[in-house]
Write a protein of this length. Structure first.
Length: 419
């Protein structure tokens, strides 16, 4: 569930891109910017390794309840994933959004799996309204459980309870510096030879694997979980019947903290290295053109890190954003060609990107706080996420299905190096 120590710092711009409304797209499995018959699309699909016939393309049918429908892309970020919990909690309200597909990495994958488990359970025992309430309760119970077992994830959480009040960063403790040095001196195969991981027990209590398998067929909400192949360095996207607790554990497996998770004889590490989160499964496997990114990892930092630990944290941020920036560049490039009528709309998707983030609100909490599971801290992050989603809905809800709600080039592409 933890990430590679990235911190959240800057506030995300909310400028709306002035893009023309997209005409209804025909059913397509093409990756943005790549025809479905092209070699590159075939290569990308092989990297994702979806089970043939397991994940059907889902059509964006009109919603009788009036809620706009989006795909969700959920970043990883350790305990900062509680911010995403707050975002999802608000979006699941009656006046929120409907979801067509979920793509998550690390903590984002866990949030997606818990949400879908609760949603399917509620759907089976009632209607859509009950499904949304069950999903909200499932997310609350999961994060509460994480907090109650906090010392199992990080012994320093014991020190934070009642001692540092609203200051939730661990780097003020000498023990945190020592633990960082220790984990870079000894591998998890050396300091944890029994491969003990309390996260799996928590997931076992809150994730219904059968619900993940049937989420697509029964509720029309597939989940895509990204992990990184240790041997090939490529992304592996687990979906439908491939999903398991091990797949979730693989997506959240930090190399310096946990032993690689083996699935079918292949070792996997945290998915953030190759997709944080991966957008292309949503583009390939749903007909919906709207993707909402819940972002935890900052793109920009104005300070120049000088301590070794801060340098490592910044390198992690850059690494964990690299694949996402690449996909954003492709989306921006295709949107430009579609606007200039150089590509045929219908064979290529005019993707509408949306983003919820609050870098300013997260500014006080640096990379070390990603290991803090203190309940007061998780509640604060939930509050920030809930507020950010509420403000986004008030400002941009009407634009879903018509245009992007932020300037992709301005946020993700360095000036002078635009696609």
């Amino acid at each position: 569930m933890t990430s590679s120590h990235p911190a959240s710092r800057k506030k995300a711009p909310s400028a709306s891109a002035s893009k023309p409304p997209a005409r209804p797209a025909r059913k397509t499995s093409a990756k943005v910017g790549v025809k479905s018959s092209s070699a590159l699309a075939s290569k990308a699909a092989k990297k994702a390794k979806p089970s043939p016939g397991k994940t059907a393309s889902l059509k964006a049918a009109p919603r009788a309840n009036g809620r706009p429908r989006v795909n969700l892309a959920l970043q990883g970020g350790g305990s900062h994933g509680a911010f995403t919990w707050g975002v999802l909690d608000r979006l699941l309200d009656d006046d929120g959004l409907d979801f067509a597909g979920l793509s998550g990495t690390s903590a984002g994958a866990l949030n997606g799996a818990v949400l879908l488990s609760g949603y399917v359970k509620g759907f089976e025992h009632g209607d859509e309204a009950k499904a949304r309430k069950h999903a909200q309760k499932a997310l609350h119970d999961f994060w509460r459980d994480v907090s109650q077992h906090g010392p199992l994830f990080s012994p320093l959480t014991i020190q934070s309870n009642g001692l540092i009040k609203n200051q939730f960063n661990f780097d003020q403790f000498p023990a945190y510096q020592w633990l960082n040095l220790f984990m870079r001196s000894f591998s998890p195969y050396e300091f944890n030879p029994l491969n003990l991981n309390p996260l799996k027990d928590v997931l076992n209590r809150h994730v219904d694997v059968n619900a993940l398998h049937t989420g697509c067929q029964h509720c029309g909400v597939p989940l895509f979980v990204t992990a990184t192949s240790v041997r090939t360095g490529q992304a592996r996207v687990f979906t439908a019947e491939e999903l398991s607790l091990d797949a979730l554990m693989a997506s959240a497996c930090l190399p310096f903290v946990f032993q690689a998770v083996e699935i079918d004889g292949e070792p996997y590490w945290d998915g953030g290295y190759t997709g944080n989160p991966a957008l292309y499964p949503l583009i390939y496997n749903t007909d919906l053109s709207d993707i909402m990114l819940v972002r935890l990892t900052p793109l920009r930092r104005d300070d120049n890190p000088t301590r070794s630990i801060d340098i490592i944290d910044r390198l992690s941020e850059i690494t964990f954003n690299a694949s996402l920036i690449g996909e954003m560049r492709a989306i921006s490039f295709v949107k430009k060609l579609l606007k200039e009528e150089k590509l045929e709309l219908g064979r290529y998707k005019n993707i509408h990107m949306h983003m919820v983030a609050d870098d300013q609100g997260m500014l006080p909490y640096n990379a070390s706080s990603k290991f803090n599971t203190d309940w007061a801290f998780l509640q604060e992050l939930h509050h920030l996420g809930h507020r950010a989603a509420h403000e986004w809905l008030a400002a941009h809800k009407a634009q879903v299905g018509h245009s992007s709600t932020f300037d992709i080039d301005g946020v993700f592409l360095t000036p002078g190096h635009k696609a």
